[in-house]
Ligand binder design. Structure first.
Ligand code: MRU
Length: 371
């Protein structure tokens, strides 16, 4: 994160709040306001996850791990907490992964005869380690991604298109796809960042544009359905996106609207690059059909909620201005799946998989050692 703020932090015991607190930067309020949300229990964190106050695959994993630590430190039932947290959103595999890591650390200490306090400390240590690993992984992805861009695209600076938000707001470091963009910017190689607004919850307009502006990047916001004309005009050198879950065959679930970009990119001969840590690869999910796609409330489509009024209540019918006849049914999947044959490369902290095949992906994930 930029030196002056973080997407989340763990606050040590506070006498008014009766124990440790997980403090989130409430992403539903950006860019209008930088408001912190203090979670003192697991239901509050689950609500924050479901309302997208905290969001994005890597950060969901980190938040889930801290959530287990919070439950342990405050004396709640850790097994029940872990189950609720892991099930709060179904698609991003990092959430269940982060919860599992902290819960396993907690259980291991109890199993060895340790005290509740020692088990609780182990859960917190694990959450902190995951947070730090994410920052380190982010830096590696930025290096690998920038090198790959240099190999794939040529000419005086890259014109990169991205979707959703994959930067410092979703990470302990600079993020995933946006970390590569930021590295290109820092190297003086970013000619333009094209930012998809990312309907319906506007993560691109509200969050990626916010990060791009803070970093001083040359960026332009576009309506999602304007991307085709940009490709047609030859204005895109590469597409960079993150991922919520990568199946064993390389099929990639990411924010809805990613798959149409992959089709456009293929049609126009533009590289389509997925940037994600290996913790987003789920070898237990064989292919794209097996990825559970979160379905969001129809009111996110049938109503318009102005960004500065986004709040945890926004998903409730009646929370925004109706933009469709009353009773209109809406199709609102949060993610879509891009098949491996449309993906030029998957960039991870351990290296790059290209072409994207099950064998290459499994080989990369099998490499020993944490970063
Ligand atoms: O619904 P969201 O905002 O949590 O969706 C986030 C995305 O789709 C991101 O692209 C993905 O988690 C990768 S974040 C590095």
């Amino acid at each position: 994160m930029a030196e002056d703020f973080a997407a989340l932090r763990w606050d040590e015991p506070d006498e008014h709040l009766g124990g440790p607190v997980l403090v989130l930067l409430d992403q539903t309020r950006l860019p209008a306001e930088e408001v912190e949300l203090a979670c003192t229990d697991v239901p509050a964190l689950v609500q924050a996850i479901q309302s997208l106050a905290v969001r994005g695959a890597p950060l969901l994993g980190i938040a889930g791990a801290y959530g287990v630590a919070l439950a342990a430190a405050r004396g709640y039932d850790v097994e029940e907490a872990a189950e609720h947290l892991a099930g709060a959103r179904p698609t991003a595999v990092n959430l269940a992964y982060g919860v599992r890591r902290a819960a396993d650390a907690y259980r291991a200490v109890l199993h060895e005869g340790g005290t509740q306090a020692q088990a609780s400390a182990a859960a917190l240590d694990e959450a902190r380690e995951l947070h730090a690993e994410d920052a380190r992984g982010s830096a590696r992805m930025a290096e690998h991604g920038l090198r790959l861009l240099g190999e794939l695209a040529t000419g005086g600076g890259f014109r990169l298109l991205t979707h959703c938000n994959t930067g410092q707001l979703v990470s302990g470091g600079d993020g995933t796809a946006l970390a590569v963009v930021l590295a290109a910017h820092r190297a003086g190689e970013l000619r333009r960042l094209w930012v998809d607004e990312t309907r319906p919850l506007l993560q691109g307009a509200r969050l990626t544009a916010y990060e791009a502006a803070r970093a001083g990047m040359p960026y332009t916001l576009l309506a999602d359905n304007a991307a085709g004309s940009l490709f047609a005009a030859g204005e895109v050198d590469a597409v960079l996106i993150g991922a919520d879950r990568i199946a064993a065959d390389g099929s990639t679930a990411n924010k809805v609207g990613s798959y149409p970009l992959a089709v456009l990119a293929r049609h126009h001969g533009v590289p389509f690059i997925v940037v994600a840590p290996t913790t987003t690869v789920d070898l237990d999910t064989p292919d794209g059909d097996a990825i559970e796609i979160e379905q969001r409330p129809g009111s996110e489509i049938t109503e318009f909620t102005a960004p500065h009024t986004f709040s945890s209540e926004m998903s409730q019918p009646g929370g925004g201005v109706p933009i469709a006849p009353l009773g209109t049914q809406a199709y609102n999947p949060a993610f879509d799946v891009t098949p491996p044959e449309l993906i030029t490369a998957i960039v991870t902290e351990r290296g790059v998989v290209s072409p994207v095949t099950a064998g290459e992906l499994a080989g990369l994930c099998a490499q020993a050692g944490n970063i």
